[in-house]
Design a protein around this ligand. Structure first.
Ligand SMILES: *Cc1c(COP(=O)(O)O)cnc(C)c1O
Length: 430
């Protein structure tokens, strides 16, 4: 069980950035998402300060699908990050947060006409084209609008890095991007490059998520740059922008061994500079787009314990007042988390519990074998590292209202997303 920066123990109680968990419960109730604002800001700064080159400009985008709400976007904007958006809702949230939309990149494999029109209306700076079908539509809509927009083409390098190692597959079945091994890609690029309303600037590649092997990223840089050179040679054009995606792995449990971020980013830049020389490229901008690694460790979920139950077979459950509706990641892919009894931090963790939620699904689990002190009704249970893909993936399953989100900073807390009410739950019902 890891205590992150900003977590301290005072009289046996967990404090996050100087605010005790019992105080959070008294003020906002449980279940509750709690973010350490200093950690969020520090992660933004680590990216901005270390992904820097004297040779080309760099841009760090916040992949907002990891955690999209107005306040986190205001912070990312203030800290100088651009934003990656993939839907009408994500565009709208960034826009309403006051984002300079020229710094927004619109991703996705199936953008709709409505989304594209809205993106142009609010001035999204870059559209990332995924495929031919989409390209035709984007081209048409942009031409009709009379605007000009920067475009990148999403390429697929065949590097599959969803696991702890990368595998290079010549035949890639991913739904994203255009394979660099597909000969028809050159015609598509030439065609895009010929459109007067589309300003074709370069390529985008994202190789997966929760990746721990630096070599996966470095290998992808090589494949992208080798391809870029081939395109330049064959089509006689100059590529100026490469967006290398996100996917930097983070700590959830002791099984995860993330690299030191600042050091990695500096190394990453060196590799990009070196390979760009090797392949004779003349880049003006290199972009990355972290999501999980910006917000994951800053967020935790605070629950109250309802009861403890020992099954006939011997497994001991501790039941909390949330579950798969606020964190579906165990149910989705058996994601692992750490838990602590936040009001019993000094007690020995000599029991093994399965932390389960209150939803009507056997898979409604949060942590499989959590080492905790003896739990009882009324205890506060905290699951750490829930800051990415929790709030954004939450649902109203079993008609559970979505949780409030609170930011804490240096002894004070503030509500940044209100929890849903019962009225909210039936608001759209007719
Ligand atoms: C999801 C995604 C990201 C962010 O991935 P993380 O693993 O959260 O860093 C970046 N770029 C694209 C295109 C994505 O789909």
């Amino acid at each position: 069980m890891r205590l992150f920066d900003g977590m301290t123990v005072e009289n046996g109680e967990l404090n996050i950035s100087g605010v005790g968990v019992s105080e959070l419960k008294a003020q906002y109730g449980t279940p509750l998402y709690v973010y350490d604002e200093n950690m969020l800001v520090n992660q933004c700064r680590t990216f901005i300060n270390n992904f820097k080159s004297s040779r080309f400009s760099t841009e760090v985008l916040f992949a907002s699908k990891a955690f999209s709400c107005l306040e986190v976007l205001r912070i990312a904007n203030r800290e100088g990050l651009g934003v990656d958006v993939v839907s009408l809702g994500e565009i709208h949230t960034a826009y309403k947060a006051g984002y300079d939309m020229r710094r927004a990149y619109f991703h996705g494999n199936n953008k709709t006409r409505e989304e594209l029109q809205y993106a142009l209306e609010v001035g999204v700076g870059t559209i990332v084209i995924d495929n031919n079908y989409e390209y035709e539509m984007i081209n048409k809509i942009v031409r009709e609008s009379g605007n000009t927009v920067d475009v990148l083409l999403r390429i697929n390098t065949g590097i599959d890095a969803h696991t702890h190692e990368y595998i290079k597959t010549a035949k890639d079945d991913s739904k994203f991007g255009y394979s660099v091994y597909d000969e028809t890609i050159y015609d598509l690029i030439a065609d895009i490059n010929n459109q007067s309303n589309l300003n074709f600037v370069g390529f985008h590649s994202h190789i997966g998520s929760q990746i721990f092997e630096k070599t996966s990223f470095f290998e992808a840089v090589k494949v992208v740059m080798e391809f870029t050179r081939r395109v330049q040679e064959r089509l006689g054009l100059t590529i100026s922008v490469l967006n290398l995606g996100g996917g930097f792995g983070v700590y959830y449990t002791e099984e995860d061994r993330p690299f030191e971020l600042a050091e990695f980013l500096r190394e990453y830049i060196e590799v990009v500079e070196r390979e760009s020389d090797n392949f004779g490229l003349d880049l003006t901008k290199v972009v990355i787009e972290p999501g999980r690694s910006l917000t994951c460790n800053a967020g935790s979920t605070l629950y109250s314990v309802g009861g403890v139950k020992k099954t006939f077979a011997g497994r001991e459950y501790v039941f909390v007042d949330g579950g798969m509706a606020d964190n579906p990641r165990y149910a989705l892919y058996k994601a692992k988390y750490e838990a602590m009894l936040a009001n019993k931090m000094n007690e020995e963790a000599d029991a093994t519990y399965t932390v389960a939620g209150k939803c009507c699904e056997s898979g409604d689990m949060l942590v499989m074998d959590a080492k905790l002190p003896r739990a009882e009704q009324g205890d506060l249970l905290l699951v750490s590292s829930t800051g990415a893909y929790n709030y954004s993936m939450s649902s109203n399953y079993n008609r559970l209202p979505k949780l409030p989100v609170v930011f804490v900073k240096d002894g004070t807390s503030r509500l940044v997303v209100k929890g849903e009410t019962l009225e909210d739950l039936i608001r759209q019902d007719i």
